[in-house]
Design a protein around this ligand. Sequence first.
Ligand SMILES: NC(=O)c1ccc[n+]([C@@H]2O[C@H](COP(=O)([O-])OP(=O)(O)OC[C@H]3O[C@@H](n4cnc5c(N)ncnc54)[C@H](OP(=O)(O)O)[C@@H]3O)[C@@H](O)[C@H]2O)c1
Length: 326
Amino acid sequence: MQYRKIGNSDIEASVVAFGAWAIGGWKWGGTDANQAVDAIDAAIAEGINFIDTAAVYGFGVSEEIVGKAIEKHAREKLVIATKCGLRWDIESNHLHVESEGKRVFRTLSADSIAWELDESLRRLGTDYVDLYQTHWPDLHTAPEDVMQALIKLKQAGKIRSIGFCNASLNDLEVGLATGELDVDQEKYSLLDRERAADNLPLCAKSNLSFLAYSPMAQGLLTDKLNTPRHYNEGDLRIDNPRFSQENVSAIVDVLAPVRALAADRSQSVEHMVLAWTLQQPGLSHVLVGARTAQQAKHNAQAGSVELTAEELQLINDAASTWRGFV
Ligand SMILES: NC(=O)c1ccc[n+]([C@@H]2O[C@H](COP(=O)([O-])OP(=O)(O)OC[C@H]3O[C@@H](n4cnc5c(N)ncnc54)[C@H](OP(=O)(O)O)[C@@H]3O)[C@@H](O)[C@H]2O)c1
């Protein structure tokens, strides 16, 4: 496993992180807490020290499961990241999403951020988080004010580094001007490369870590695509047009040369996809969702795969045949 620093901090985080959204259950067709704890244990055993969760994942469930999993490990060896800004217990004037009878609102007021952090620390069973991130921008709170609220929490010793997710270039510039922003977390995969044109180049030239979320396009960039899938009720992929048969067939074609390369190297498509992502200029870590120990172990192994320039080019060529989602 390779480790890279988080922004300006001295925190060394594994390049493959355990993404803890799916184990929260909500939007992912439920969860099995024991299986999820086993998955985190397996990830840690394979050298992953970096876990990314959020208050809203399963409305606290993901953080509670992470808390349960980490209680038997040395806290100082782990890099725990969580997020604030999406509230399901209060209403604000910025509705984020309404789904399955739940309404989630955005808010990044200083009071709300401080309250949310204390709730997250309680659920995680720790007295600090290594990386605290805003989950989505709140159109009613200026990024300058958000940064000041986060810097205060850092000065209080409750957080060690600061990140923005789903951020505009302007938000990142505001954060960078304070000298205290360490992370930009964005959707990025072989099928989703929009941020390669804006945020990624900024991260490459500044000291911001770029954390790629959904790097396997929520399962579309895995070998599972070759067999018909069944998703549990409540799984966000059931009615999502990105998972239509038309898109899946096109992705199978895009991945054909990647699959051949994986076979030549006696590795898997997932390993090729994650290693390619990690070798994109400016990109520092991949946050990979897993729900079983087998998946977590397999994904962790991508953290020690190095692709040659020729192999990178082969995957670039395959990626350039992707026509986009229809
Ligand atoms: N900041 C944000 O707004 C934001 C948004 C999205 C995600 N994230 C972060 O990024 C993390 C990862 O994103 P994600 O969970 O959306 O997508 P992802 O990592 O691209 O895909 C995860 C899914 O891929 C499948 N999978 C995982 N390992 C596999 C393997 N070895 N072989 C075959 N299939 C495998 C699993 O689906 P099955 O259940 O079908 O097996 C898993 O749930 C999240 O957990 C979260 O930490 C952040």
